[in-house]
Design a protein around this ligand. Structure first.
Ligand code: PMP
Length: 379
């Protein structure tokens, strides 16, 4: 099997699995228990938190362990919007966001919030348009660092520069697809989220990093764990294993970048040799995501054709593919409608090899030959 759907999820690193297993076996105690075993377990948990703090080069920010980026986005966006409601009710976001941010923001519209969407030009966030959306009613800006379908990188530091003139605005960033691939602009973000299973950790591992913990409305009530922000018995083994995944991913980041850059170039070159096909992903996007457009053919048909050859790729994103008729992110980035329907995402991680890329290209050429007439008619 050749696995090229690493934006959907990655294969767990054996070291992460080992940590998870060992901690579960030896420290299964409740870290809130007052006895010595509870205290030891709590110490382990706090060590994991402080290791992550060091690796991410955090200053005063708090780290909250969650079950994933979906929960992190929900907690922050809902809690922050509600706590700032007396000061303003406008949220700025974009059509590129993951459903866990977009649908949360949209749910807030029914509570009276106004949602505005920043536009994109030539694949880049339009900063002038962003500035035009800002006014005294804006309290929250929710954007992502790297888009999960096209690999577009958003200018987080420039956005923060603009926001310096709007001190009551909280700037929340989804760093799920950028951590382990790019250096995070930690000082430019008021809060951000990570998801362990996107960088060879485990599913159900998430982080919310936040600089104003006390100012937010809680949405999960109970025993007051995780600074009262996320009640529920803490999954210590999961969180310690996440800290291991964070350490490994950060230490391998630059090497992974150059390796995947090489893969991306090879793949894009191969696509460019096949008349009618499009490279949707941007040259200046992240190297681990390549998006290919097959006009005139449904993305699902292409994914199935690769599946028959034991190669896993995806149409848009796993979270959107079951919901949307057409991809909102590709549309916001002005990919033509005929190409959107036939878009396929190929994504790499540290386990992707040169022979995976070679095989993918051979199969791509084979599928192209079979579907050439359909593609030609559509162009
Ligand atoms: N944000 C982005 C950009 C993602 O790609 C994903 C995962 N598809 C999420 C958030 C949600 O992450 P999780 O699976 O940890 O809930």
């Amino acid at each position: 099997m050749i696995y090229l759907d690493n934006c959907a999820t990655t294969k767990p690193d054996p070291e992460v699995l080992k940590t998870f297993h060992t901690v579960n076996e030896k420290y299964y105690f409740n870290p809130s228990s007052p006895h010595h075993k509870g205290l030891e377990t709590n110490k382990l948990l706090e060590q994991a938190r402080s290791q992550i703090r060091d690796i991410l080069k955090l200053k005063n920010q708090s780290i909250i362990f969650t079950s994933g980026a979906t929960e992190s986005n929900n907690l922050l966006i809902t809690g922050m919007a509600r706590s700032k409601k007396p000061f303003g009710q406008t949220i700025i976001t974009s059509h590129l966001e993951h459903p866990s941010a977009l649908e949360t923001v949209r749910a807030l519209e029914s509570e009276g919030f106004t949602v505005k969407y920043v536009e994109f030009k030539d694949g880049r966030l339009d900063l002038e348009h962003f500035k035009s959306l800002l006014n005294s009613d804006v309290t929250l800006v929710c954007l992502m660092h790297v888009n999960n379908v096209m690999g577009a990188i958003l200018p987080i530091t420039s956005i923060k520069e603009v926001l310096k003139n709007y001190p009551k605005v909280h700037f929340h960033v989804d760093c799920v697809q950028s951590f382990g691939k790019l250096e995070l602009p930690v000082d430019a973000m008021d809060s951000f989220v990570l998801s362990g299973h996107k960088f060879n950790g485990l599913k159900g591992q998430g982080l919310l990093v936040f600089n104003q913990l006390k100012t937010i409305t809680h949405t999960v009530f109970g025993g007051g764990q995780e600074y009262g922000f996320r009640s529920g018995t803490v999954n210590v083994a999961n969180d310690v294993a996440l800290s291991r995944a964070v350490r490994i991913a950060e230490s391998e980041r630059t090497e992974l970048y150059s390796r995947t850059q090489h893969f991306k170039e090879q793949l894009e070159h191969a696509v460019q040799q096949l008349p009618g096909l499009y490279v949707n992903s941007l040259e200046e996007g992240v190297p681990h995501i390549v998006n290919i457009g097959f006009p005139g053919v449904k993305g699902e048909v292409i994914v199935n054709a690769f599946s028959k050859e034991d190669i896993c790729v995806s149409t848009t994103s796993a979270c959107s593919s079951k919901r949307a008729k057409f991809n909102e992110a590709l549309n916001a980035l002005h990919v033509p409608e005929t190409v959107i329907a036939g878009s396929v995402r190929v994504s790499f991680d540290k386990y992707t090899t040169q022979s995976d890329i070679n095989r993918f290209i051979t199969v791509l050429q084979q599928i192209y030959r079979e579907m050439k007439e359909l593609i030609k008619d559509a162009v």
